[in-house]
Design a protein around this ligand. Structure first.
Ligand SMILES: Cc1ncc(COP(=O)(O)O)c(C=O)c1O
Length: 443
């Protein structure tokens, strides 16, 4: 009997009681390797002593001070740190408590920017199909996962969706990756022109598509062309790095590898590493300057933004990542993970694609490798894999609807940045067992 409206009402969840390093233990004493960091959150694993110490110290000083009365030293220090390492031209940070809140704030900031610069006729967003930007109404509106949007569609703001880069399913046999990227960029420009360039506020995209499509990376040159197109039409580029950012792909920001800087960028998950709920929007100078010389404020705010305990956690997480050169480990272990996944699943009859970057990798399951046909959604293959993996003491992040919101299954693997070779070997072995057990009576 539970009084909680859990994510799935029918399901019984084990009770997590402790965590250490890459492992979570439940009330029955069972250990689970956290190979997905929850949902790509726990970048330092669990109970990191330096983060806990920083949080305890902050609690002893001050747990909360409302941001309409005070700033705090810890929030300012975190801001300095984030901006010191931000993409070029991004000079300010706006705090929130998670990814969806970050996306909501970025959408409102983008709209207010248009008003501040005297272009209030800009009211539309463009986003990508099969994207995930969160579950609040604004974030859901820009999100491109049809299943998640369907019943709430009448409540959502106007958003138009274009194709996301999806090499495995979207690139034609006669196209190079570069040509594919160019085709997608042209599709974006055509959509901007169709809508009327001066009616579009911004284009929002995950730099590496995460939860709903499973680690889809952009073809070379795609984001540089997107940046050019946005600039040409006065459309803001909003990159959502809630999942793929803060080091997960091997660089602090995924957009560094694409050679672009956005106008607004959302971060969360790995920012606080799960030690406290925190997210943020990084703001380009041109947006900040429009606010400063215009109304002088951003018309937004939440009770818990800039929470000192959350800022202390995030500051400690980011300090440890830098001090321990953990992004080097993300690159090294990411390469090992990709290698091991390819060894185990490269010839698997029901794994069509293995993709990702750094410690952000996915396998896509197919009924037929030749035709790329998906399994019937009625089998709920992704849910089976999750169950079988948990039964083997492994947390991975499987999801259905990979292709169009309904069809397709993938499994996302996103272990903490402290993971080592031998743990990755165990992760891949257990995942292979879980996948095979899940396929037993349906393949
Ligand atoms: C890219 C992206 N944006 C936004 C969100 C929403 O973040 P949250 O669940 O913290 O609200 C997620 C969550 O998975 C995400 O992956």
């Amino acid at each position: 009997m539970t009084r909680i409206l859990h994510r799935s009402i029918a399901q019984d969840y084990p009770t997590a009681v402790s965590g250490k390093g890459v492992t979570i233990r439940d009330a029955e004493g069972r250990d689970y390797i956290d190979a997905s960091g929850g949902a790509a959150v726990s970048c330092l694993g669990h109970s990191h002593p330096d983060v806990l110490a920083a949080m305890h110290a902050q609690l002893d000083q001050l747990a909360y001070a409302h941001t309409s009365f005070f700033t705090t030293k810890v929030a300012e220090q975190l801001g300095e740190t984030l901006i010191a390492d931000a993409p070029a031209g991004m000079g300010h940070v706006y705090y929130v408590s998670g990814g969806s809140e970050a996306v909501e704030a970025a959408l409102k900031m983008a709209r207010q920017y248009c008003v501040e610069i005297g272009q209030p006729q800009r009211t539309k967003f463009i986003a990508r199909r099969q994207s995930y930007h969160g579950n609040t109404l604004g974030a859901l509106a820009v999100g491109g996962n049809e299943w998640r949007r369907k019943q709430f569609a009448p409540l959502l703001i106007e958003t138009h969706h274009v194709s996301a880069p999806f090499d495995y399913r979207g690139r034609r046999a006669d196209e190079s990756p570069e040509q594919y990227g160019e085709r997608l960029a042209q599709e974006l420009e055509a959509e901007i022109i169709r809508l009327g360039p001066d009616t579009v506020i911004g284009f929002i995209a995950e730099t590496v598509g995460g939860a709903t499509a499973g680690c889809i990376t952009a073809p070379p040159g795609y984001f540089r062309r997107v940046r050019e197109i946005c600039d040409r039409h006065g459309v803001l580029l909003i990159l959502d790095e809630v999942m793929c950012g803060m080091g997960r792909t091997g660089t602090l920001h995924a957009c560094t590898q694409e050679g672009v800087a956005p106008d607004l960028m959302t971060i969360a998950k790995g920012l606080g590493g799960g030690f406290a709920p925190i997210g943020a929007v990084l703001v380009a100078d041109r947006v900040f300057d429009a606010f400063r010389s215009g109304s002088g404020m951003f018309q937004h705010g939440h009770t818990y933004l800039g929470h000192p305990l959350a800022c202390a956690a995030a500051l400690a997480v980011q300090t440890v990542i830098k001090r321990d050169s953990l992004l080097d480990n993300v690159k090294a272990q990411g390469a090992h993970l990709a290698r091991r996944l390819n060894e185990r699943f490269g010839n698997h009859h029901h794994v069509g694609d293995i993709r990702g970057r750094g410690l952000f990798q996915a396998i896509e399951l197919v009924a037929d490798r030749g035709t790329k046909e998906t399994f019937d959604p009625k089998h709920k293959l992704n849910a089976r894999i999750k169950r079988e993996a948990m039964a083997r003491g492994l947390m991975v992040y499987p999801m259905g609807g990979t292709v169009d919101g309904v069809h397709g299954d993938h499994v996302l693997i996103a272990p903490p940045f402290i993971v080592d070779h031998s743990t990755i070997d165990v992760i891949v072995d257990r995942l292979a067992e879980a996948v095979d057990a899940s396929l037993q009576d349906i393949a």
